[in-house]
Design a protein around this ligand. Structure first.
Ligand code: ARG
Length: 466
């Protein structure tokens, strides 16, 4: 029998022949699960300490193994680690190398399976990655908050059906995106909490005959809880599916921001000028300046949704417990994390450096038609039922659109409206009349900015304290 370290798999004992090249090519996960190396080392160390507490390893053996793992870590971080073709994944590679470095390494895997090992590693990774994403979301929220404060009294049309509806403060519009991101932070942290359960000690699927200590290793690894059912522990990938959902929805929020950047940066809107460093040119048309970041934020949301539906489809109908299908959890998770982090950084930079064309915004918002609701509400204040008021103003709008006069004159001349109502059509007046909580005017937006600031501070404490 040949030994591991000579290019054998860790499971070669039962097999007369080595694996075929095609099998290895198809089944290896090493190219992408290498990023789990820090978590795998942490999990192995905790497991070794647990084996000591269980009396399975003596202090000397444990010290030798921990020393070997130290060397493995150095080799990996310094790029000196030599992977072998038989290394199926990072877990086998680390164990194989540790065993080469010290004879006691052959005891590392006592009572452990790659099934509980990979679930442990992936949960540790997910906890770390989700926090990193949440921190990056806070970064984008900082930008939106700063731009909202700086926007002061600037206003633009708010849209429904992509038709000009009512004027809103620019700060209000920017904060709308910032609040949707606050829900993303919430979701990421909640998913992180549900991922915070240690599966280590579940073994292949059934636990162990050896005196292992799942609670001790969970504590050692900083998990908040430990599995209750070994079958569930090795087959559960809910935390990956939830992460992919959170990332997909965050990606959808970014896509909606991206779409507005594309619209606003167009000549048709003219609300936004992109900074040169955050936009791209055309290879053929010299005049072009394109919002590629915003377009990719929009476009890549498709891929994030794809990763979610892909994993859900993989999980659907899988029998208990571990099946190799579960190896398909990693690439979508890693890619979604990477893509969302890149998108957050790029969108933060783009939004931090763009110039808002507040004159163009105001000009679009000062259309007399955008004040129609104010006119109806003016009539309501005179005791006119809202439905009648709506009809009266609607008729004036129709007359004006049909060429029967400009709005301000028609309003001033109307017996129930008159000059006081016509004054509402003056530039910038309408937006100041949104006074209710959470509304688009200066009063409620000032209150909102305070609440948002408090929320951001609380979320920052949750992200960095968790
Ligand atoms: N690379 C595998 C994965 O990511 C590790 C677990 C393999 N377990 C097994 N019993 N073949 O899922």
């Amino acid at each position: 029998m040949s030994e591991p370290g000579e290019g054998n798999t860790l499971w070669h004992g039962r097999f007369a022949d080595g694996p075929s090249a095609a099998l290895l090519a198809y089944t290896v996960s090493l190219p992408y699960d290498q990023r789990l190396a820090p978590e795998d080392l942490a999990g192995s160390r905790a497991h070794v300490r647990g084996l000591v507490r269980g009396g399975i390893l003596d202090g000397e053996e444990a010290a030798a193994i921990l020393g070997a793992l130290e060397t493995v870590e150095e080799e990996l971080t310094e790029g000196r680690f030599r992977f072998l073709p038989s290394d199926e994944d990072i877990h086998t590679a680390i164990e194989r190398r540790a065993t080469e470095l010290c004879p006691a390494g052959g005891k590392i895997h006592t009572g452990r399976s790659r099934n509980d090992q990979v679930a442990t590693d992936l949960r540790l990774y997910t906890k770390r990655a989700l926090r990193q994403v949440a921190a990056a979301v806070l970064g984008l929220q900082d930008v939106l908050q700063a731009r909202a404060i700086e926007a002061g009294g600037a206003y633009l049309p708010g849209y429904t059906h992509l038709q000009r509806a009512q004027p809103v403060l620019l700060a209000h519009h920017l904060l709308a995106h910032a609040w949707s991101l606050a829900r993303d932070v919430d979701r990421l942290l909640a998913t992180r909490d549900r991922a915070d359960v240690s599966p280590l000690g579940a073994g292949a699927l059934a636990g162990s005959s050896l005196p292992l200590d799942p609670v001790g290793t969970a504590l050692d690894l900083g998990f908040a809880a430990v599995f209750d059912n070994s079958l569930d522990a090795v087959s559960d990938r809910d935390f990956v599916a939830e992460s992919l959902f959170d990332l997909a929805l965050l990606g959808i929020h970014l896509s909606r921001m991206g779409e507005e950047v594309c619209l606003w940066a167009s000549d048709e809107f003219g609300f936004l000028k992109l900074d040169d460093a955050w936009s791209t040119g055309s290879s053929m048309m010299p005049q072009k300046k394109n919002p590629d970041i915003a377009e990719l934020a929009r476009g890549k949301s498709g891929r994030l949704i794809g990763h979610l539906t892909g994993l859900l489809t993989t999980l659907k109908g899988l029998p208990l417990t571990y099946n190799r299908d579960l190896q398909e959890d990693k690439e979508p998770l890693f890619d979604s994390i990477d893509q969302v982090l890149l998108a957050l950084e790029a969108m933060s930079g783009l939004l931090a450096t763009s110039r808002f064309e507040t004159e163009a915004m105001a000009a679009a918002a000062d259309s007399p038609y955008a004040v129609a609701t104010d006119l109806a509400e003016f009539l309501v204040e005179q005791g006119v039922p809202f439905r009648d008021a709506h009809a009266i103003v609607g008729e004036i709008v129709r007359t004006s659109l049909d060429g029967g006069g400009v709005m301000v004159d028609l309003v001033a001349a109307h017996p129930q409206l008159g000059p006081a109502a016509a004054a509402l059509l003056a530039p910038g007046v309408s937006v100041t009349r949104r006074t209710t909580r959470g509304g688009a005017g200066p009063g409620p937006v000032a209150d909102q900015l305070e609440r948002f600031d408090a929320r951001l501070a609380a979320d920052r404490a949750r992200v960095h304290g968790s």
